[in-house]
Structures are given as C-alpha cells and as structure tokens.
Design a protein around this ligand. Structure first.
Ligand code: 13P
Length: 250
C-alpha cells in the first residue's frame, strides 16, 4: 500500500520566517504521521524551508521551473537551481500559471521534460474548467493536456511522475469535486498513463478545495493516492489535521 502523498502548494504566500514557523508548528502539532509530504514554498523561501526540513522526513518542491538550464531568461529559475536549494519535486502546469500567466501546453511539455531530465520529479497539473465539464468535455480536455505534456517522451520510458487532477472550478472555490468525480478522473488518468507504458509507481492526486473534513472521501477512492492542497496547507494545525485524516484512510 502506498503512503498517502500530500503536496502543499503555498502559492504566493509566506516569507522565509513564516515558512520556518510553519515547519515548527507542524512538528509541534504532531507532524504528518504516515503521510509522505512535499512542501512547495515560493522561490524566495526554498532554501530557508529546505534547511528547516532537514531531519524531518518532509521533502521540498518548487511551484514552477524554466526548461533551460541557464541563459537570458529574466525572472526564471532552472532545474539545477532548484536542485541546489534541495528541491526533489516541482509543480508543472498549474492552472493558475496556464490561465493567469499564459502558460501553454507546449511550455508545460518543455518544463515536464526538463524536470524529468534533471531528476526533479514533476507534479503535472491537469484539469477542466466549469464550462468544459458542463459541455461534457472533461475527459477530452484532460486527456489532451496529458498527451501534450508527455508528447515526445518515449512510449516505453514515461518518467515516474505525479499527476494532479485539479478541476479549475474547484480550486480555491470551496466547492470540491465529489469523491466520485475525482475518483473517476484519477482512474482515467491512471489508464492513460499505463496506456503510454508508464511505470506502476505513478501517483495520482486530487486537488481543489481539499480540507481535513473531505480528504477521507478522496483517499477512499481507488486510484487517488493523495492530494495537492492550497488553502488548507497554509496553517500547520489544519495541515496536521489533514495529514491525520489522510493517514486514517489507509
Ligand atoms: P485550494 O486547495 O486552495 O483549492 O487550491 C488547490 C490548488 O490549486 C493546489 O495547487
């Protein structure tokens, strides 16, 4: 049985001191039990958070990455830079970057490949808008996002990756997908990955308005291995409660 995986996406929240305080607070609140946890602070707090995580068993991830190793890309951060800060994971293709920052499927593909080539595990985000779901196009949209992100990867060598199903309409809205909706899409994503010859250690997460009261329903769904958490990951006590609830489901 895989350990539940919780990825905390802090988005544009927390400076260095606040990140350190979170780690202290989480440990004081009882830690994360049997869950595997990745904390994704803003770039400016990666190093401070990484230092605070030493010896805790928790791991570090970044929220984005550029695909080139170095060069004239003002404001961008590369895979080697993230690795030098202690990152093991990186979120790729979050819907906020796709929608607000204009990130295209082509860019997501380059980032996904660069992360994998640089031995950072990519956490690929996919998900449909409310309109796309209402039009019955959820599988088509998510399938296409997956296909484009993985395009060019050798069929027999799809990298070990984490895929987060995050319906855009559920993010930060307080209205999560139902467990059945999330489970159905997680199994669809798992089937798509296997069809491309992906290794069996793929993990599929659900993200979008996850909190301690609903995590159990998601974890009970076959095919869902954990959660990508925004708002409920900001407070160490809430996050500890979330981890405890996730741990109880396995
Ligand atoms: P919320 O948990 O705040 O809905 O955010 C989800 C998310 O975007 C995580 O990446």
């Amino acid at each position: 049985m895989k350990r539940p995986l919780l990825v905390a996406n802090w988005k544009m929240h927390k400076d260095q001191a606040e990140c350190r305080a979170f780690v202290r607070g989480l440990l004081e609140a009882g830690g994360v039990g049997e869950c595997a946890v990745v904390l994704c602070p803003p770039f400016t707090a990666l190093e401070a958070t990484g230092r605070a995580l030493v010896g805790t068993g928790l791991t570090l991830g970044a929220q984005d990455v550029h695909w080139e190793e170095q060069g004239a890309f003002t404001g961008e951060i590369s895979v080697p830079m993230l690795k030098a800060c202690g990152c093991e994971y990186v979120i790729v293709g979050h819907s906020e970057r796709r929608r607000i920052m204009g990130e295209t499927d082509g860019m997501v593909q380059l980032k996904f490949k660069a992360a994998w080539a640089g031995t950072l595990t990519p956490i690929l985000c996919v998900g449909e808008t409310r309109e796309e779901r209402q039009q019955g196009n959820t599988r088509q949209v998510v399938g296409k996002q997956l296909e484009l992100a993985l395009a060019g990867s050798r069929r027999d060598a799809v990298p070990p990756a984490i895929v987060a199903y995050e319906p855009v309409w559920a993010i930060g809205s307080g209205v999560a997908a139902t467990a059945a909706e999330a489970g159905e899409m997680a199994r669809f994503i798992g089937d798509e990955l296997r069809r491309r010859g992906s290794p069996s250690n793929q993990r599929i997460l659900y993200g979008g308005s996850v909190h301690p009261q609903n995590i159990g329903e998601f974890m009970a769904q076959p095919g869902i291995d954990g959660a990508l958490v925004g708002g409920a990951s900001l407070d160490p006590h809430v996050f500890a409660a979330l981890a405890a609830a996730a741990g109880r489901c396995r």
